[in-house]
Design a protein around this ligand. Structure first.
Ligand code: PGA
Length: 250
């Protein structure tokens, strides 16, 4: 996969004023960026960001999406609503939602299916907790999470997802696995996808996420099998986000 993808996950951060400044800063530094870029933002700011990103080539995404198409689901947001704001992506199954909102593997799989059916590209997050890592369960956990998603997809749909491997213990902690560890997990996930659709070898992008920042991005992004990054904290500062984008453009 030649062109890398760098996605900002703003989480529950931002305000009208902060977003405007952040996006102005990113737009001002785009010369020299030769990778795909996206920002996934809180629902209330989709309209603002859609407007600010018009004509920039930076794609817009949401941080979650409902597993339902329409109806009596108070507080949920549908794929069709996201498409109204020109969203291309929706993060699905982020570990913070799995943990704080009790999202199960099955619910995540249903959301992925719904996002694809609605024309969005889901960024499917998987990753093990510290306890699971210490118990040697990384491969088992990640395989279970990926296989539950694959079990609901048609063969052709496998190539339409983006996967983000985010070890839970690396998110927002400053700790990271070694690039070799990430490479091995990515290779395992790609193998599982290839079993369902051989085209996944070339076509599915697998991102790394978890404390990626300008000082460590290069070692991840230069690895074969790491097709980009899902960036939390460092996506909230234009200069940091851009530095990672430059490193992904090499
Ligand atoms: P982080 O978050 O870069 O702040 O660790 C990444 C994520 O949760 O997507």
């Amino acid at each position: 996969m030649a062109r890398k993808l760098i996605v900002g996950n703003w989480k529950m951060n931002g305000s009208l004023a902060m977003n405007a400044e952040l996006l102005e800063g990113i737009k001002a530094g785009l010369a020299g960026v030769d990778c795909d870029l996206a920002v996934c933002v809180p629902f209330p700011y989709l309209a603002q960001c859609q407007h600010a990103l018009e004509g920039t080539g930076i794609a817009l995404g949401a941080e979650d999406v409902s597993a339902h198409a329409v109806g009596a689901y108070t507080g949920q947001v549908s794929t069709r609503m996201l498409l109204d704001f020109d969203c291309k992506y929706a993060i699905v199954g982020h570990s913070e939602r799995r943990e704080y909102c009790n999202e199960s593997d099955e619910l995540v799989a249903n959301k992925v299916q719904r996002a694809l059916a609605g024309g969005l590209t889901p960024i499917v997050c998987v990753g093990e907790s510290l306890k699971e890592k210490d118990a040697g369960l990384t491969e088992a956990v990640v395989s279970r999470q990926i296989n539950t998603v694959l079990s609901v997809l048609e063969e052709r749909e496998v190539c339409d997802i983006v996967v983000a491997y985010e070890p839970v213990w690396a998110i927002g902690t400053g700790k990271t696995p070694t690039p070799e560890m990430v490479k091995d997990v990515h290779a395992l996930m790609r193998e599982l996808m290839i079993r369902k659709n051989p085209d996944a070898a070339e076509r599915v992008r697998i991102l790394y996420g978890g404390s990626m920042k300008p000082s460590n991005a290069e070692e991840f992004l230069k690895m074969r099998d790491i097709d980009g990054g899902l960036i939390g904290g460092a996506a909230l500062k234009a200069s940091d986000f851009l530095k990672i984008a430059y490193l992904a453009s090499k």
